[in-house]
Write a protein that binds this ligand. Structure first.
Ligand SMILES: CC(C)(COP(=O)([O-])OP(=O)([O-])OC[C@H]1O[C@@H](n2cnc3c(N)ncnc32)[C@H](O)[C@@H]1OP(=O)([O-])[O-])[C@@H](O)C(=O)NCCC(=O)NCCSC(=O)C[C@@](C)(O)CC(=O)[O-]
Length: 248
């Protein structure tokens, strides 16, 4: 986080696009406010003490108390706040997570003023069955339109988990281009569900997103060349190959 100012100041902003920044505590909020350009922050709780201690050096209860303070000041400064709950299905340190704990953390984040809470399967262990069970519990006390889902694709279950989330009324899913990402405190967990795979899946099932899949693939191509990576999702690679072939 030490170099975040440079990133926030340098990135080009487009109207109508929100650029939330991750804020773990009051120091992070102070830095975000000092940039003068941040209009949305993301605060993140967890559904297991073991992960929370590794991630933010506080247990679940104490981290929520800190986030209450952060959210209050952010809202006073007209900054929107999105909440995350990490490890909503399995914790890399303490194993299975109780859906009731996920529900309580999500409720608390909404009560503190988050406009939406994203449920993160941080290590991607969720399946249709376990994600469905967790969502059934959370949806007893939190409306679907206040929830998003954030699936990592470590075991290739993310799209199936998006489908079960859609069937339960959720319409916001997080993803990352080329499936970049992954939490440094969840050893071995791969990146998020790839935006390219999510877009192809949603379009193929009749959902309009307004996002141009080919432009997303071009961005993945640009990123890989700029960063010297070779990180592709299956849809990304397939469409990139198709675009190359069309040029011949
Ligand atoms: C939260 C802390 C800092 C607490 O760590 P701590 O040691 O309790 O904090 P501290 O207050 O004692 O400060 C320690 C040092 O960090 C500095 N510091 C303190 N706060 C900040 C800040 N905001 N920005 C920059 N610097 C900061 C502070 O100034 C001090 O510097 P020193 O005096 O030693 O030179 C630490 O645990 C930490 O850095 N954690 C990293 C959390 C993180 O980035 N995790 C990944 C986020 S993504 C995620 O969680 C998953 C999610 C949300 O994407 C969804 C999912 O998949 O689940």
């Amino acid at each position: 986080m030490a170099d975040h100012n440079e990133i926030v100041k340098k990135h080009k902003r487009f109207n109508g696009v929100s650029y939330p920044v991750l804020v773990p505590n009051a120091a992070g909020l102070k830095n975000a406010l000092a940039t003068g350009v941040v209009d949305e922050i993301a605060v993140f709780g967890a559904a297991s003490d073991a992960f929370s201690l590794k991630n933010v050096n506080s247990n679940v209860e104490d981290s929520l108390k800190k986030l209450l303070e952060v959210t209050k000041i952010a809202l006073e400064n007209k900054i929107r706040v999105r909440g995350y709950v990490s490890v909503v299905v399995g914790c890399p340190y303490s194993g299975d997570v109780k859906p009731e704990v996920v529900a309580r953390v999500a409720e608390t984040l909404l009560e503190t003023g988050c406009y939406e809470v994203s449920l993160g399967d941080t290590i991607g262990v969720g399946t249709v069955k376990s994600v469905g069970k967790m969502l059934d519990t959370v949806l007893k006390s939190v409306p679907a339109n206040k929830l998003a889902v954030h699936f990592h694709d470590t075991y290739g279950q993310a799209l199936a988990n998006v489908l079960v989330s859609i069937e339960k009324g959720i319409r916001t899913a997080d993803s990352s281009i080329a499936g970049l990402g992954g939490c440094p405190y969840a050893k071995g967990a791969t990146g998020n569900l790839a935006t390219e795979d999510l877009l192809y899946f949603l379009k193929g099932n009749g959902f309009e997103t307004g996002v141009d899949l080919e432009k997303v693939v071009e961005t993945a191509k640009w990123f890989n060349s700029a960063a010297g990576y070779d990180k592709w999702s299956r849809v990304g690679r397939a469409i990139s190959n198709k675009m190359e072939a069309a040029k011949c």
